[in-house]
Design a protein around this ligand. Structure first.
Ligand code: CAA
Length: 258
């Protein structure tokens, strides 16, 4: 498929999605969300891509859902828009390969929600995060009230959402919203480096670990451990496990095929 509002490129085993509407600070309108939906389907099926990096062109990661498009929506249209965004973000969250968000600038509203749906967030020092929706007279609509408290705890999430305060990368790191803060304009490079490191591991193991964490976190500890036990056992049904362990015993680097 040809994309107009984002680009899809590849660096080795890393698929790179760059949202490309810099004039509107990459704001998410219906067209962008539908392209994101399609590009995720494409990447999910592509066996050559092991890890995905998601970023935004220009000075913003994503400055939110498109206010221009939302301004005159009826409640029914708003619900459909929120359901579309939420469905696409869920697809991103559970896609069968890790996704790293490289955030160099604004990740606000739907942009913060998009980053939170990724597995890992790497932020440049000048990155800014927040859920400013209450200032627009709305609540977050692409999962912010659900993912933010799960990531940073309810007290901090409520403060951020109620006040609409914008926080810097260091504060986002301090509260556990981002994994790593890197010098300005290096978040993309840092994300690629991390993606390549992940791509060098056994991919079935990486995917099973992602599934175990995502599914386990939504259940109790015993249910989560049962999911882990099952996925651990499944690792022994493919050649990566034999290769990884044989390489260790033979004191050489593993050469994974999956
Ligand atoms: N939707 C539509 N257009 C947007 C946008 C958005 N979320 N954010 C920025 N833009 C547009 C601006 O309207 C502007 O367009 P024009 O040049 O045509 O005027 C262009 O992008 C550049 O923006 P600014 O001139 O405002 O740039 P700035 O550097 O002065 O400010 C900013 C940057 C602080 C991020 C500011 O643009 C801003 O506050 N944007 C809105 C942030 C926001 O409220 N996001 C939440 C949206 S609601 C949401 O996301 C709901 C949900 O959960 C589903």
């Amino acid at each position: 498929m040809e994309f107009k509002n984002l680009s899809l490129t590849q660096d080795g085993r890393v698929g790179i999605i760059a949202i490309n509407r810099p004039k509107a600070l990459n704001a998410l309108n219906t067209k962008v969300l539908l392209e994101l939906d399609a590009v995720l389907d494409e990447l999910e099926k592509n066996p050559e891509v092991y890890v995905i990096v998601l970023t935004g062109e220009g000075k913003a990661f994503v400055a939110g859902a498109d206010i221009e498009e939302m301004k005159d929506m009826t409640p029914d249209e708003a619900r459909k828009f929120a359901e579309l965004g939420s469905r696409v973000f869920k697809k991103l969250e559970i896609i069968n390969k890790p996704v790293i968000a490289a955030v160099n600038g604004y990740a606000l509203g739907g942009g913060c929600e998009l980053a939170m749906a990724c597995d890992i967030i790497i932020a440049g020092e000048q990155a800014k995060f927040g859920q400013p929706e209450t200032g627009l007279g709305i609540t977050p609509g692409f999962g912010g009230t659900q993912r933010l408290p799960r990531i940073v705890g309810t007290k901090r999430a409520k403060e951020i959402i109620f006040t609409g305060e914008i926080i810097g990368a260091e504060e986002a790191y301090r509260i556990g919203l981002v994994n790593k803060v890197v010098p300005p304009n290096t978040s993309f490079q840092a994300a690629i480096e991390m993606a390549k490191k992940i791509a060098s591991k056994g991919q079935i193991a990486v995917r099973n670990a992602k599934a175990a964490i995502n599914r386990g976190i939504e259940t109790d500890i015993d249910g989560g451990v049962a999911i882990e036990n099952q996925l651990f056992a499944l690792c022994f049904a493919n050649t990566d496990q034999k290769e990884g362990m044989t390489a260790f015993i033979e004191k050489r680097k593993a050469d994974f095929k999956n």
